[in-house]
Design a protein around this ligand. Structure first.
Ligand code: BTN
Length: 267
């Protein structure tokens, strides 16, 4: 694995591992030991890959498993915007490698999807570390975990999945995708400028959004809400127009497309 020269020139470093429990967990251990980034941690295999909402992330060999540690004055309140920065960088990396790729989109909050089937996801975590400075006692260190199904899509999950190898010939391998991503994420973080450029990121994200303007369903624990996907707000929350008025969603799973007929008949 290698960093792109854009990332190298900006001082990004790389820890390239054969196997680890989770690159996000390794990042956390390194932060606890004083690492502040920017450092990419990449592993060929993860034995305990983690996904959003406490789920397991199946980490097949040949797929990309990477985490970036960044702490460059990230305000804790702006941290959720980072997910959108990463989503945009992920789709840009794919377009860089496969300019003709079609039907690839971003699914809120930051999944990379092909016709609704999941190609990759982002697990964003923040660690507040003491600075010893009374004026700014805490520093927010972000762990940006990214998994992309380059070679193989996990099977038997509730949600449909795809791998790049099923879409593209030739398909970029994990090393190629990683290199492109280190370039596009460095550039997109620059564009974001710690929140000052979020309007631009938001526009780019909306330009690639799956289901925008359509009726979608969002699973919120036991509850499923249906409505029109209007936009994302300045904090990156999803704005859903429902028959009972607008609903602002902070976390959940988006289901694209109309409700399946069989469910409709049972309801
Ligand atoms: C999701 O649920 O969509 C997020 C998946 C994030 C997976 C990546 S793989 C690299 C990093 N290490 C982990 O344990 N998880 C993230």
């Amino acid at each position: 694995m290698e960093l792109d020269r854009v990332a190298r020139a900006q001082g990004y470093r790389l820890l390239d591992l054969d196997e680890v429990d989770s690159t996000n967990d390794e990042a956390r251990r390194l932060i606890d030991a004083g690492e502040r980034g920017p450092l990419w941690i990449v592993a060929k295999r993860q034995t305990k890959g983690r996904g959003r909402l406490g789920r397991q992330w199946v980490s097949a060999q040949g797929n990309l498993h990477a985490s970036l540690i960044v702490s460059d004055h990230i305000d804790m309140t702006l941290a959720p915007q980072l997910g959108f920065v990463v989503g945009v960088a992920t789709i840009k990396a794919l377009r860089l490698l496969a300019p003709c790729v079609r039907d690839v989109a971003l699914k809120w909050p930051n999944d990379l999807v092909y016709l609704g089937a999941k190609l990759g996801g982002v697990l964003l975590e923040n660690v507040a570390v003491p600075t010893g400075d009374a004026r700014q006692p805490q520093l927010s260190v972000a762990i940006i975990g990214i998994g992309v199904n380059c070679a193989e899509a996990p099977k038997g999950l509730e949600t449909p999945t795809k791998a790049l190898a099923e879409l593209l010939t030739p398909a970029p391998d994990a090393a190629q995708f990683f290199r492109a991503l280190t370039q596009t994420l460095a550039q997109t973080l620059d564009l974001w400028r710690h929140g000052a450029g979020f309007a631009l990121i938001r526009d780019e994200w909306l330009g690639a959004a799956a289901g925008l303007g359509e009726t979608i369903r969002i699973v919120l624990g036991q509850e499923t809400v249906t409505g029109k996907f209007e936009t994302i707000d300045k904090d990156g929350r999803l704005v859903l127009a429902t028959p009972h008025g607008p609903r602002i969603i902070e976390a959940g799973d988006v289901l694209l497309g109309p409700r399946p007929v069989s469910t409709e008949m049972r309801a």
